[in-house]
Design a binder for this molecule. Structure first.
Ligand SMILES: [Zn+2]
Length: 241
């Protein structure tokens, strides 16, 4: 009898899981589609509406081939849904400047973000590091990229640009000489660090449509947030703080 008991238990568990699985599947599907683009899209976690420009802009970027795949910039499969969270064909950005500036961890970004990050690194971050510290930047800390979440993680708020893989948060910069500059300490640090970070912020404002740093609010005391949201009536507005 004692030998048969575990077998009976296993059978019972199998039967139970077969009964439970069909009941759980719809729930699982609901969870999985909560980040997708179904027309019946509803979420209490964040507010979002269908904005056709997002898919159009991504498609235009992909067709223009402005992002070339390299060892450091790799295409990957679709994220989430095409119109609410996610991107149709996002890129994993492991480094900018042809590998000179590593991005750790790699950022998941939609197509239009990649050339802008490149531009910011090449035109602002690299020259500023040479100017203020005489040493090249070799690494940037990626504090956030793709994340299907409301702004500032506040339940019920608008979906963050991070939800569209249309935003990048950077929190620190490592130089070839070993020095590390963090937004958190450097923003109020010595004069070289303060000037370096303010130049980076200013350069970002010329490159992205939204830039938020320590002067914006407490949520941004330790990183720069950069995104390509369309702002204002004509979609060409900027917000830089
Ligand atoms: Zn951010």
């Amino acid at each position: 009898m004692g030998v048969h008991r575990p077998l009976a238990l296993t059978r019972l568990l199998c039967l139970m899981s077969m009964r439970i699985l069909p009941a759980v599947l719809p729930l699982l599907a609901l969870v999985l589609t909560s980040c997708s683009s179904s027309p019946s899209f509803k979420s209490t976690y964040f507010k979002a509406k269908k904005e056709p420009w997002r898919a159009d802009e991504e498609q235009a970027c992909l067709s223009s081939r402005s992002v070339v795949q390299t060892r450091f910039i790799r295409s990957r499969s679709a994220l989430g849904g095409p119109s609410v969270c996610g991107a149709a064909r996002p890129f994993e950005m492991h480094a900018a400047g042809e590998g000179r500036v590593l991005m750790k961890p790699a950022a998941l970004l939609r197509c239009p973000m990649v050339p802008q990050v490149e531009r910011w690194v090449r035109n602002t971050v690299e020259p500023a590091a040479r100017y203020y510290f005489g040493s090249p930047v070799v690494e940037m800390r990626v504090a956030a990229s793709y994340a299907c979440r409301p702004i500032n993680h506040r339940r019920g708020a608008k979906l963050s640009e991070h939800g569209y893989a249309n935003a990048l948060d950077v929190s620190r910069f490592k130089l070839a000489n070993g020095r590390t500059i963090t937004v958190k300490a450097g923003w109020h640090g010595d004069s070289a660090e303060r000037s370096f970070l303010r130049d980076l912020h200013k350069g970002a404002c010329n490159t992205f449509t939204t830039v938020l740093g320590p002067n914006y609010d407490r949520n941004h005391h330790d990183h720069f947030h950069m995104d390509l949201a369309r702002r204002g009536r004509n979609g060409r507005g900027n917000f830089c703080k």
